[in-house]
Write a protein that binds this ligand. Structure first.
Ligand code: PLP
Length: 441
């Protein structure tokens, strides 16, 4: 009995993921729209869509009804066979994605879809190097931790060379510790692309299978590329025969105001990896959208990769319903309210301690640095102890609003569900602003 009590209270049994975020994880028991409730009956505005994934909000009847109907018909079909809910979802995905992507390989999580994309790229290209970026996040499995540009995640697995080898990192576009000190966005584009070409030529283009990139940074800080950067990346990838893989695990399904972040940049990647928002987190589902040459290679070579629960029919039914909800009104809501959210979040830069506000659509990061020195207010990568950014997180929660801890925890993430209204936006950002004032002023 004592053991059960410990498990129930979280002292034993359930190990929380992403330990950097929450010292004392709350117990959430219910959700409705943009709000969640805890076991002690407190209500919170969920301004991070949990882990950037409950895009349609909690308790959406259209999605839960579709799942219940699917459960009544059949709950599971082998991932080696076909299923109507699965093929319907694949059809819709290829319709809403950038056009050259015609085939879908379903998976279960964002990490596994990135793993699959890397494996497909390496086998298709007969090359092993993967280019990625510092201050990125691509997953919690060995290979994806290995391409994640966050030392806290990468270093513990770095010595396991078999799984993480042949990965080269590119610098991020900004933040308090930006690698390039450019005077204008155009100069930043030029320098970033020149650096990329330098890396490609020195690494040896033939040894490079793919470049993996978030289109707008996810939990690593909502970085947006300077204008023309991604077009330049596309050109370099074409010139040197490198596959361009867009990790759209967060940016997919409307978060940046279009179906996919790639469309906000006007580029056509060779593969898009997706997860989270595809079902609005009503069930685990993920996948890789890819060009037909890659799909054909997978079919013809019958590459022997797969997972039991990939493309689960109940998850696909949730996906079909979620995509209808996005199409019907939710992406319109993101487009309509993004300017208000952007203006309000950018107003936080009036506080001296806020050194950078960046993002797109419904995905924003607020980063902190000492206004006198320009140094980060606290860098958990090199120090232990009191982190004022963590304090801002906690105080915002005490005001009834959940915002996200970025990685590293030098920044706060705002990523509301698409069903919020203008009042919710004001409530969410105002709670954060008050907390910033309490901690820093
Ligand atoms: N890629 C990005 C950009 C992510 O943000 C995440 C998770 O947060 C992942 C991949 C990994 O997805 P999952 O946690 O579903 O494995």
């Amino acid at each position: 009995m004592a053991q059960r009590e410990q498990i129930r209270t979280g002292e034993r049994g359930v190990l929380a993921h992403f330990g950097h975020m929450d010292e004392e994880p709350m117990t959430i028991t219910e959700g409705d729209g943009a709000y969640v409730r805890t076991d002690d009956d407190e209500e919170y505005l969920d301004f991070t869509s949990q882990l950037y994934c409950v895009n349609a909000g909690h308790s959406n009847d259209a999605i839960t009804d579709a799942m219940a109907e699917q459960l009544d018909r059949i709950q599971y079909v082998s991932s080696a066979k076909d299923n109507d809910a699965r093929s319907q979802l694949a059809d819709t995905l290829t319709e809403v994605a950038p056009q050259p992507l015609t085939d879908v390989f379903f998976s279960i999580s964002g990490s596994e879809s990135n793993e699959a994309a890397i494996q497909i790229a390496r086998e298709f290209q007969d090359a092993s190097t993967v280019l990625t970026r510092w201050r990125s996040y691509h997953g919690g499995t060995y290979a994806t931790a290995g391409i994640t540009g966050d030392p806290a995640i990468r270093l513990p697995v770095e010595s396991h060379a078999a799984t993480t080898g042949n990965v080269k990192f590119l610098p991020p576009f900004g933040g308090a510790d930006a690698a390039f000190d450019a005077d204008s966005p155009e100069e930043l584009t030029e320098r970033s692309l020149a650096h990329l070409e330098y890396v490609i030529r020195n690494q040896g283009p033939d040894s490079i299978a793919a470049l993996v990139t978030e289109i707008v940074g996810g939990s690593s800080g909502a970085f947006t590329a300077p204008p023309g950067y991604f077009e330049g990346v596309r050109e370099l990838c074409d010139e040197y025969d490198i596959l361009l893989i867009a990790d759209e695990v967060i940016t997919g399904f409307g978060r940046c105001g279009e179906w996919f972040g790639s469309q906000t940049e006007g580029i056509e990647p060779d593969m898009i990896t997706f997860a989270k928002g595809v079902t609005s987190a009503y069930a685990p589902l993920a996948g890789v959208l890819m060009r037909s040459e890659l799909g054909t290679a997978l079919r013809e070579d019958a590459m022997d990769i797969g997972q039991t629960f990939a493309g689960n029919p109940v998850a696909c039914a949730a996906g079909n319903a979620a995509l209808e909800e996005y199409d019907d009104h939710l992406i319109d809501n993101v487009q309509e309210l993004s300017p208000a959210l952007e203006e309000r979040v950018r107003s936080l830069a009036d506080h001296d301690v806020v050194c950078d506000v960046r993002g797109r659509g419904f995905h924003w990061a607020v980063e902190f640095a000492d206004p006198e020195t320009g140094e980060l207010v606290f860098d958990p990568r090199v120090e232990d102890g009191y982190n004022p950014v963590a304090d801002v997180l906690t105080r915002t929660r005490e005001k009834g609003v959940l915002v996200g801890g970025g990685r590293p925890l030098i920044q706060i993430m705002l990523s509301p569900p698409f069903c919020v209204d203008e009042d919710d936006i004001e409530t969410g950002v105002a709670a954060l602003e008050e907390s910033i004032e309490e901690v820093f002023e």
